[in-house]
Design a protein around this ligand. Structure first.
Ligand code: S3P
Length: 182
């Protein structure tokens, strides 16, 4: 039997956070994890732990395809558990992952513009996809490709850049509470 956690918003077993790099999936995930008393599974952290190397090292030594395989495997394992799941920005690229997201609601898209995100992550050496070239341009092309996919997978879209972290969490909690009503 699946375990159910009780919290002020009712029994919540899982929330999956999606969105581009820098949207705050990990930090919002940490806050939600405390609020809902559920463990946080940060897929990137699990991959790093499993591989015994950093994300840039995985990309460099094994290639992006290998990273994506680990990412799908880690998502498959994570959705089996009651948890707040912070995904990596590229999770929506694989059809298999999108199907899993659709099967495990609620999925929350932390939406933000490339401009907002670029200011937050420019120069971050832990993100291989922005290691080369102009961060803003890179984010713009990722956004073009991924926004429709995030939208297709999301049960809730939160406009991250216009809100404080606390407000983002409150919106998500309100959404969770509203889903529980008959
Ligand atoms: C990626 C985002 C990263 C990480 C990897 C690839 C992407 O996670 O999974 O560098 O494809 O956008 P964050 O979104 O947490 O930065």
């Amino acid at each position: 039997m699946e375990q159910i956690h009780n919290s002020p918003v009712g029994p919540v077993q899982r929330v999956i956070l999606i969105g581009l790099m820098g949207a705050g999936k990990s930090s919002i995930g940490r806050r939600l994890s405390k609020e809902l008393d559920l463990p946080l599974i940060d897929l990137d952290d699990v991959i790093v732990e499993k591989a015994g190397m950093s994300i840039p090292e995985i990309f460099e030594q094994q290639g992006e395809a290998a990273f994506r395989r680990m990412e799908s495997e880690t998502l498959r394992e994570a959705v089996e558990q009651p948890a707040i799941i912070a995904t990596g920005g590229g999770i929506v690229m694989a059809e298999e992952n999108r199907a899993l997201l659709k099967q495990h609601p609620p999925v929350v898209w932390l939406q933000a513009s490339p401009e907002f995100l670029a200011a937050r992550i420019d120069g971050d050496s832990n993100r291989p996809l922005i290691a080369v070239g102009n961060t803003l341009n890179r984010l713009k092309s990722l956004a073009e490709l991924r926004y429709p996919l995030y939208e297709a997978c999301a049960d809730l879209v939160v406009p991250r850049e216009f809100l404080k972290k606390k407000e983002v969490v409150q919106i998500i909690l309100r959404f969770l509470a509203s889903r529980k009503q008959p």
